[in-house]
Ligand binder design. Structure first.
Ligand code: GDP
Ligand code: IMO
Ligand code: MG
Length: 419
């Protein structure tokens, strides 16, 4: 069967959740491989909106297994909360959710460290989601992390927590001058939650391989290429590999199992949090696009910064992720514009001032008519087609899906991704 990687090509929030939901109609599995509940993936079905942070976006379909790979960091509180929200909305979880026992667990001290570190950075803060993502990955790499598998033996868990939390508490108290957190309080809080969710914890690799014998699988990226710890706008990034290599390390699945890489690209560019953003619009137009596109963070509720589509980044994303085709989302948000700019290139980014040299834009005429809900490519206005063709030519990549609204059915499909 066929497997598809779905990856955000810019700074996240490209509409990955919606596209995963559309494609999962033809899949048997949906796998998250990195990030944590810093993600916010929005699905709209029959006017009902669901925002998923940790659980793969395939969960809304009864015949799709939702799998969380070892590369994801887990907040037990967030996981239980999300499961409860889904169940309250009559979405079944049983026999549909599987979580790798190797996932690292976000502890309350990681959250405290994330927040304290951000505060200490002042004006040069990253603008993290404050959910403990960075400190948890730090501990993973430093080999003092706590994994789900550790929760099966409370004695061993206590010993491991004592070791790593001694370090966390030293930092909290001595370096950040903040409150410490006791091991007992963490055990009291997290072990009952683990007991309730442990039925979902297993070795997911055999499951993925077995499922793949007769089902297509979607690998759902979180964040976006420019937030990748190695290839993004460092240090203004998240702490995982959001790109194709993250799929390999974050699941244990071979690179030969990735049949198609689908880049998810928004028709304009947004960023939430701090850091350079070459095409950012600092004027009323930026605010208008934010309003038309509902650009409010699905995780933190922060306003997203908006700007023109950055094709320099798109070309880098195509290379890094070996992208075969692009799903262009939120085309409808540009419906009202007389002129639309596309950034084709620029020089260096100054990481102190965030200024960028030699910005090069193309300007094309807008289409000034509604594309909302169009499902047939031929019905798109000519200038919208011109916009699409320009993106294809400059990125040297085909646009295979076009999203024309937040709903599952507001989509133009030009290629069968799983074929
Ligand atoms: P993700 O993190 O990549 O899954 O994206 P988010 O869910 O954080 O943000 C995308 C937002 O755009 C959500 O509110 C979606 O409901 C919405 N959305 C997705 N596709 C479209 C589209 O084609 N048009 C419009 N207007 N909204 C869309
Ligand atoms: P989805 O999957 C947009 C950003 C944060 C911050 C930086 C580091 O919905 O596209 P972190 O808490 O990860 O240490 O924060 O990364 N960020 C996202 N921005 N969409 C996301 O996820 C994001 N996840 C993290 O705003 O700038
Ligand atoms: Mg999002």
């Amino acid at each position: 069967m066929s497997n598809v990687l779905l990856v955000g090509t810019h700074w996240g929030d490209e509409g990955k959740g919606k596209v995963v939901d559309v494609l999962s109609e033809n899949a048997g599995g949906c796998v998250r491989f990195q990030g944590g509940h810093n993600a916010g993936h929005t699905l709209v079905i029959n006017n009902v909106k669901t925002i998923l942070h940790l659980i793969p976006s395939g969960i809304l379909r009864d015949d799709v297994k939702s799998i969380i790979g070892n590369g994801v960091v887990i907040s037990l509180e967030a996981l239980e909360h999300e499961i409860k929200e889904l169940m309250d909305n009559n979405i079944s979880i049983e026999n549909k959710l599987f979580i790798s026992q190797s996932c690292h667990v976000i502890l309350p001290t990681h959250v405290a460290l994330d927040i304290a570190h951000e505060q200490s950075l002042g004006k040069s803060s990253i603008g993290t989601t404050g959910r403990g993502i960075g400190p948890t990955y730090e501990d993973k790499v430093a080999r003092r992390g706590i994994r789900l598998i550790d929760f099966f033996n409370t004695d061993i868990l206590r010993k491991k927590l004592e070791k790593s939390m001694k370090y966390h508490n030293f930092l909290l108290k001595e370096y950040y001058k903040s409150d410490t957190i006791s091991v007992d309080s963490v055990l009291d809080k997290l072990t009952p939650i683990f007991d309730r969710i442990k039925k979902y914890v297993c070795d997911v690799v055999p499951l993925i391989l077995d499922l793949n014998k007769d089902s297509n699988i979607i690998f759902e990226g979180a964040q976006g290429t420019m937030l990748d710890i190695d290839h993004g706008t460092y240090p203004y990034v998240t702490s995982s590999n959001t790109t194709l290599p993250g799929l390999i390390t974050g699941t244990g699945i071979g690179v030969d199992k990735v049949d198609y890489s689908l880049g998810i690209t928004k028709a304009y560019t947004t960023r939430v949090g701090h850091g350079p953003f070459p095409t950012e619009l600092h004027d009323q137009l930026g605010l208008d696009i934010a309003k038309w596109g509902g650009e409010v963070g699905a995780t933190t509720g922060r306003a997203r910064r908006c700007g023109w589509l950055d094709l320099k980044i798109l070309r880098q994303s195509v290379e890094l992720n070996r992208i075969d085709g692009i799903a262009l989302t939120k085309l409808d948000v540009l419906d009202n514009l007389e002129k639309i700019k596309i950034c084709v290139d620029y020089g260096d980014i100054d990481y102190e001032s965030f200024e960028v040299s030699d910005m090069e834009y193309l300007e094309i005429d807008g289409w000034m008519s509604s594309t909302v809900g169009i499902t047939d490519y031929d019905k798109l206005p000519d200038n919208a087609k011109k916009y699409i063709k320009t993106i294809e030519e400059i990125s040297k990549t085909r646009i295979v899906m076009i999203s024309t609204g937040p709903s599952r059915d507001q989509i133009i499909t030009l290629e069968d991704i799983f074929a």
